[in-house]
Design a protein around this ligand. Structure first.
Ligand SMILES: Nc1ncnc2c1ncn2[C@@H]1O[C@H](COP(=O)(O)OP(=O)(O)OP(=O)(O)O)[C@@H](O)[C@H]1O
Ligand SMILES: [Mg+2]
Length: 581
């Protein structure tokens, strides 16, 4: 007798398939649609009586009424274990490099490959002994993965306490070898290997407590760390109009942020852009290790040409992998680009489900989905006392570039920092194009609040004077206002703007930011004597040149000291008050 839980298609509408079933079917379980020898993966997203509605993660062309559907009984899951680092996956965790090797450029529909290589051997070192009592998330031992100790843990759904019956000795083992045997209170035994599955929609909670994210996550991007900081375990969003620099900003963050592991969810972007990421990434060296950055990065990608439902699975696959590495006591950073494409997928599927549409035809549950996603960011204390974190940064690409739209607004309600990109700044090539007036952060950075206040005050004044000048012209404003305007411009040019493509200027360590920002603030607070506006302009131009020259010198090098002397000499040419520097 065929024990498989089967159904058959009753209707197909784009990526949504309605199937009739006879045995029990669960919400969010995986179903495979069988069509001419192909097995198309899908997920049950609504059940109505004996009908299940499934979102299909592959092209649905050619599917017909009466095609068979096989229900797996399993929730949509990812495989977790050593070997994830450095991989490039699609939204269903198919390793794209392996897929390309096996199938070439055009990957057939319905094929899948194991997410991690099951035949690879790993050097395992046990950390527990027979007789120890362990539970979900407990470290049994570790294998080296890149520069990390990849902890082999008790699977997170083993919620009981277990006695260790056996643990293998130090040595080389494959992923599926049993490395430990555990026994529960009732004497039931469990064989533990190096990998297990976890359902992507369920947050991993094998920790003792959540902590307030208070420690800044250093991105080495000056405008972020100084004015709108991010915290380890916090969340932030980057809304920005088309071409304003969202993707480049995330790439720089991936490269320089002081975290252990970066997970990039490239969601629904143009294929060309994704290909570029894939081509560029292996070439980028990790400033910390000198190796390829890819060794501590995982990319989950699906392009705009892939079915929309896979955008949703990419986002959840990415966050689940980020939580998994957090469980090892590591700091992970998930960068999602762009969450708007994910929201569009929700809108499309909701439309096909004929749900009552909310604002701009997005489903009514858009906000709660967004909130649930960002709430998976966090700083946690594990059962063993170690601390791990997941930080989430998501870009939003609002249609028309206005932030008054449901995805941006829904995101702003839940994130801890807002890095709004400005079209005007991008057009003026003032990168990173984060708008210093509109952006905000609830997190505390490492710069003294009084100094930040000074920066905001002068930026605000500068903006006002700039607007005034647009009306009355430069002649129409006082010399005093002109000086303030140039001070604001100075702060922007030498500090807020940063050359992402320069080896030195591209990333500014914390100590250097503190040191040079102090300098900038003292200049803003200084009083100067100028003959006229021309003189003022010439003076600030040479000051800017000297400062930017300084920015390009390696931190604490001889050249750095020389450039600083130059800068001080230039500064003294018109400064009146000595005491403020
Ligand atoms: N930090 C930067 N330094 C220099 N140039 C930049 C920087 N950021 C963006 N640019 C320029 O702007 C262009 C667009 O940037 P990017 O692709 O990141 O925009 P985007 O907001 O992701 O666009 P889309 O909405 O199309 O996804 C880049 O190709 C680059 O020329
Ligand atoms: Mg982009």
């Amino acid at each position: 007798m065929d024990r498989k839980n089967k159904g058959f298609i009753r209707a197909v509408s784009g990526n949504l398939v309605t199937a009739e079933f006879t045995k029990k079917v669960r919400q969010n379980e995986v179903g495979y649609i069988l069509n001419s020898g192909e097995r198309l993966k899908s997920e049950v997203i609504r059940i109505k009586g004996s009908m299940a509605e499934l979102q299909v993660f592959e092209e649905t062309r050619g599917l017909k009424v009466k095609d068979k559907v096989e229900f797996s009984g399993e929730l949509l899951s990812v495989e977790l274990g050593p070997g994830l680092l450095g991989q490039v996956y699609d939204g269903l965790q198919n390793p794209l490099q392996d897929m390309a090797e096996k199938y070439g450029f055009f990957i057939p529909r319905g094929v899948s490959l194991p997410a991690i290589h099951h035949f690879k051997a790993w050097d395992f070192e046990p950390q527990i002994e027979e007789g120890d009592i362990v539970s979900a998330g407990h470290f049994l031992g570790w294998v080296p993965e890149g520069i990390f100790r990849h902890q082999i843990m008790v699977p997170f759904d083993m919620m009981d306490h277990y006695r260790v019956i056996s643990i293998v000795q130090k040595g080389s083992y494959k992923i599926q070898d049993t490395i430990a045997e555990l026994e529960d209170r009732d004497g039931k035994r469990y064989k533990i290997g190096m990998t297990f599955n976890w359902p992507v929609r369920i947050p991993i909670k094998a920790y003792s407590e959540r902590l307030m994210p208070i420690e800044p996550l250093i991105t080495k991007i000056r405008i972020i760390d100084t004015l709108v900081p991010v915290a380890k375990g916090g969340s932030y969003c980057i809304p920005g109009p088309f071409g304003a620099g969202k993707t480049v900003l995330q790439q720089i963050t991936a490269r320089y942020a002081e975290v252990d592991i970066v997970i990039i969810a490239a969601c629904g972007e143009r294929a060309g852009e994704v290909v570029e990421t894939l081509r560029e990434f292996p070439k980028i060296t990790d400033p910390r290790t000198g190796h390829s950055l890819q060794e501590r990065t995982i990319i989950i990608c699906n392009t705009s040409s892939m079915p929309v439902a896979s955008r949703e699975s990419s986002v959840y696959t990415a966050i689940t992998i980020a939580e998994y590495y957090r469980q090892m006591g590591l700091n992970t950073l998930l960068l999602a680009d762009s969450t708007s494409r994910w929201a569009q997928a929700m809108r499309e599927i909701s439309g096909r489900l004929e749900e009552i549409p909310g604002d701009e035809a997005y489903p009514a549950y858009l906000e709660s989905r967004i909130a649930n996603f960002y709430e998976r960011a966090g700083l946690v204390r594990l059962y063993n006392g170690k601390i791990g974190s997941v930080t989430i940064g998501g870009t939003v690409s609002p249609a028309g570039g206005t932030f008054e739209e449901p995805v941006t607004q829904g995101t702003l309600k839940v994130v801890g920092a807002f890095h709004g990109l400005s079209r005007a700044r991008a057009n003026a090539r003032r990168f990173p194009s984060i708008d210093p007036h509109e952006s905000w952060s609830k997190y505390k950075g490492f710069i003294e609040p009084g100094q930040i206040e000074t920066a905001h005050t002068i930026l605000f004044k500068g903006k006002e004077i700039d607007q005034m000048m647009k009306v009355v012209g430069e002649e129409g404003i006082s010399l005093e206002d002109y000086v303030d305007y140039l001070k604001a411009e100075f702060l922007d040019r030498v500090y807020l703007q940063q050359n992402a493509f320069d080896e030195v200027d591209g990333s500014t360590p914390k100590e250097r930011q503190i040191y040079i920002f102090d300098f900038v603030v003292k200049i803003i607070r200084s009083k100067f004597v100028f003959d006229d506006k021309d003189h003022t302009l010439r003076y600030f131009q040479s000051l800017e040149n000297a400062f930017i020259n300084w920015n390009y010198k390696p931190w604490e090098s001889e050249e750095f000291k020389e450039a600083e002397k130059d800068l001080r000499r230039t500064l003294d040419e018109a400064r009146e008050h000595e005491e403020s520097l």
